[in-house]
Design a protein around this ligand. Structure first.
Ligand code: NAD
Ligand code: ZN
Length: 345
């Protein structure tokens, strides 16, 4: 049996192991084997590394983890006639059921039973990954390979940002983690007036400035009223993107939205929230939960925006060879980074 290198959650404990594991079998009909070139660490991978309560109840062990990657087609199963060996691709990490009402209606992002690559089945922190053909996505010529490695969170950001019309609007982004940083750049690119991004981490506030925020502020130190005055804003933010999963951030956002404002919520809260719903009702606010990406319209838009000048390269702050994966995870866990890339070659 041929072997390959992989980062594996072997036992119920903190960390990951670099191991030799069996290479996936030859692709069956409508499957594609992809050789991984670069992978990126997601917040989800950090939860898995930390072996927190969510990871403990979700992961079958042992498991090859990881789901953000770029690579090339290594082999195609029967019936895959539109990809060639060597085609540069990434993969959609939600394997949808193809049977539920939403899947049948073509709304795969609303599938009731998605299975997560690198969470519930073998992932991309490996030399090779096997995926169903519908989850394999061709990367257009001219797209930077590192950017292609983060199409997954970039797609989360695009899905969040493009849910509402941003042209000429004032946008508040709470949370400048990698996805909030990319939302900041997209809101700028598509024509928002002011984009204010908040965080409580100084490094991330600096990154938000670099990504094009009109103002990047420390939510713990600055009043939103002051920010609005500084920008000459009279009424409130028209659009909110909640990208932190932090209750205080959501409360702060609800306190400075205009009447009729629209909010996309991507950040995942770890406990039930204590918020005043009258803030939402009396201002006629629209709240929209965002999960994953629209398959595959979000990535179509991502590609088009990159081709027309969207620049998110600065969100990638660190790169490590596979052998230094521990340092890569430490960097990501420290919060002193944007996206961290692991090179598999
Ligand atoms: P991240 O955890 O790196 O970013 C969150 C940021 O919020 C951090 O920089 C943190 O300092 C900041 N923050 C904390 N308290 C704050 C406050 N009071 N005000 C403003 N900022 C504050 O995560 P990420 O990878 O960018 O992901 C963002 C969120 O989206 C996370 O909650 C993640 O779990 C979630 N997520 C959701 C989906 C989805 O499909 N819905 C997909 C991926 C990630
Ligand atoms: Zn489904």
């Amino acid at each position: 049996m041929q072997k390959m290198r992989a980062l594996v959650k072997e036992r119920a404990e903190v960390g990951l192991q670099l191991q030799e594991v069996p290479r996936p079998a030859a692709p069956a009909a409508q499957e594609v084997l992809v050789k991984v070139h670069k992978a990126a660490i997601c917040g989800t991978d950090v939860h898995i590394w930390n072996w927190d309560a969510w990871a403990q109840k979700t992961l079958p062990l042992p498991l090859v983890v990881g789901h953000e990657f770029v690579g090339e087609v290594a082999a195609c199963g029967a019936g895959v006639d539109d990809l060639e060996i060597g085609t540069r691709v990434t993969g959609e990490g939600h394997i949808t059921c193809a049977r539920c009402r939403n899947c049948l209606a073509g709304k795969r992002h609303l599938c009731i039973k998605p299975r997560g690559v690198g969470v519930e089945r073998a992932g991309a922190f490996a030399d090779f990954i096997l995926l169903p053909r519908p989850n394999v996505y061709r990367i257009a010529a001219g797209i930077d390979t590192e950017v292609a490695a983060i199409y997954d969170p970039l797609g989360n950001a695009a899905h969040t940002a493009l849910e509402f019309d941003l042209v000429g609007e004032d946008v508040l982004v709470t949370g400048a983690g990698p996805i909030g940083l990319m939302v900041t750049a997209i809101a700028r690119h598509v024509g928002a007036r002011h984009v204010v991004t908040t965080d409580v981490n100084p490094q991330r506030i600096q990154l938000a400035k670099a990504m094009g925020a009109t103002l990047a502020v420390n939510a713990a130190q600055v009043e939103m009223k002051t920010v609005m005055q500084q920008l000459g804003m009279q009424e409130g933010f028209d659009i909110g993107f909640e990208m932190s999963g932090n209750e205080a951030a959501l409360r702060q956002m609800l306190g400075c939205l205009n009447h009729g404002a629209k909010v996309s919520l991507l950040g995942i809260f770890t406990q039930p929230l204590n918020i005043d719903w009258n803030d939402i009702i009396l201002k006629g606010i629209t709240m929209r939960g965002i999960y994953g990406r629209k398959m595959f319209d979000t990535w179509y838009k991502v590609t088009s925006m990159l081709q027309s000048g969207l620049d998110i390269a600065k969100v990638i702050t660190h790169r490590y060879p596979l052998q230094e994966f521990r340092t890569a995870f430490e960097q990501m866990r420290s919060g002193k980074s944007g996206k961290v890339i692991i090179d598999w070659r």
